[in-house]
Design a protein around this ligand. Structure first.
Ligand code: ADP
Ligand code: ASP
Ligand code: MG
Length: 424
């Protein structure tokens, strides 16, 4: 008997009919002779709506209470799915994250899973039940409080449970047929991938492709979980996330996909003295403010005398972190000795990712030519071994992504299907 973990995202459980449809699929999996653990997200855009409500009652919600509020979303869908499964004649039981043994650190809003002790899940499975678990949540032993794993974190709940239960496969069900060469909502010519190597998937997730939560991919890599992305609304086998390359007979593609991220801000620190230790001073302050920075670019110093030489340092960070970083930098202006700060929220980051970049030259030339031909100005560039990212004005980001997708020959003749969801 195989053990399968199936995770259904918000759009898959968006209303009562969809929940009944999921119930049917889950029962079929069990009837095919498997033990089934189901992880669910909150219905539709519930998490965003709860967040909006919190923001209507306060400008500064306490992280503890926000987690209490947001975890309610997943409790609604887990119970409704259990009711639907039981009404359809099978046996199921739902569990909150803490009942399922998801133990995390105490960082509200973005907690990391420290340990998984799924005793109650095993008991339920041993008794022939389908176990349903609320995604996105856990609890901390020291504070005894409920935590959340960060937006999109139900994927991570599923993979963590699959690892702890030594499941045969972890299937992530969403509103598209699998991992595509780009977000099919943004680029309908995107092509579904049958396989993607785990390194490229990590880079795509980090670059803003929200089809998989990055920590779910990290977990799968570390614990060798057989991870697949599929659609709730079709029978397409989806995409397998695999370690290494795809075996002897298949050539590694140069580029796996393109991702767009419009959630970042660019800060330019203008006129920093060109002296050893200044970058360290600057980024210590940014780190103390608690921000995760992404791209960093330092311009060549300008100025006539050695003593007068100044340079500019630009970096990007999540929009939500920018206010606290700006405040921290302003408080330290005299100490660092910079002239001024420029803050630009209207940026888009486009990344092209592919394991084959390690061995192929000319990838950056193709990318820059594509943007030049489209008349799009590049504001920043950064690269890793298997990724190139550029920052453009936010109004040009979609055009840039499309131009790059076409230039790398990723366009498909068949239009991608998006089955449900609002893309929020
Ligand atoms: P769920 O609610 O099922 O977790 P998400 O909204 O978190 O679903 O993720 C699915 C969405 O991810 C898709 O509807 C699609 O718009 C978006 N997406 C972004 N990049 C990609 C990609 N490369 N392949 C597939 N989907 C992508
Ligand atoms: N409901 C949570 C969110 O919207 C978690 C998830 O869907 O994975 O972020
Ligand atoms: Mg998701």
């Amino acid at each position: 008997m195989a053990l399968i973990v199936q995770k259904f995202g918000g759009s898959s459980v968006g209303d009562a009919d969809k929940i009944k449809h999921v119930a049917k699929r889950v029962i079929e999996t069990q009837k095919a002779g498997n033990q089934v653990v189901v992880v669910v997200s909150a219905m539709g855009d519930t998490t965003d709506e709860l967040m909006d409500l919190a923001n209507q009652v306060t400008d500064n919600p306490s992280p503890r209470e926000l987690d209490m509020l947001l975890t309610a979303g997943e409790r609604i869908s887990m119970a409704l799915l259990a009711l639907a499964i039981n009404a359809a004649g099978a046996q199921s039981r739902s569990f909150t994250g803490s009942q399922a043994g998801i133990v995390t650190d105490s960082k509200h809003g973005n907690a990391r899973i420290a340990e998984v002790t799924p005793d109650r899940i095993r008991e339920a499975l041993d008794e022939g039940d389908i176990a349903i678990v609320a995604g996105f949540q856990g609890f901390n032993r020291e504070t005894r409080d409920i935590t959340t794993l960060g937006r999109g974190g139900s994927d991570t709940t599923a993979v963590a449970l699959a690892a702890a239960l030594n499941a045969d496969v972890c299937e992530i069900y969403s509103d598209v047929d699998g991992v595509y060469t780009a977000d099919p909502r943004q680029i309908p010519a995107a092509r579904k991938l049958d396989y993607i190597d785990v390194e490229s998937m990590l880079e795509l997730a980090a670059a803003g492709a929200k089809i998989l939560h990055i920590r779910a991919v990290e977990f799968a890599r570390r614990h060798n979980v057989d991870l697949r992305v599929r659609s709730t609304f079709s029978t397409d086998p989806g995409t397998r996330v695999i370690s290494g390359n795809r075996g002897e007979n298949m050539e590694e593609s140069v580029v796996s996909g393109v991702a767009t991220d419009k959630s970042q801000t660019k800060i330019i620190v203008v006129g920093i003295p060109d002296l050893p230790g200044k970058a360290a001073e600057l980024f210590n302050i940014v780190a103390e403010a608690g921000a995760n920075i992404d791209m960093i670019v330092q311009n060549t110093a300008t100025g006539v005398d050695v003593d007068d030489k100044v340079s500019d340092i630009s970096f990007t960070l999540p929009k939500g972190d920018s206010a606290k970083v700006v405040a921290a930098l302003e408080a330290n202006q005299a100490k660092i000795g910079y002239r001024e700060l420029e803050v630009d929220h209207e940026i888009g980051k486009i990344s092209v990712v592919g394991a084959g970049m390690r061995t192929h030259s000319g990838v950056s030339a193709t990318l820059f030519n594509a943007l030049a031909k489209a008349g799009i100005n590049i504001e920043m560039i950064s690269t890793s071994e298997i990724r190139i990212s550029v920052v453009t004005d936010i109004t040009e980001a979609d055009d840039a992504a499309r131009a790059i997708h076409t230039a790398f020959g990723l366009d498909s003749e068949i239009e991608a299907v998006v089955y449900a969801g609002t893309g929020r």
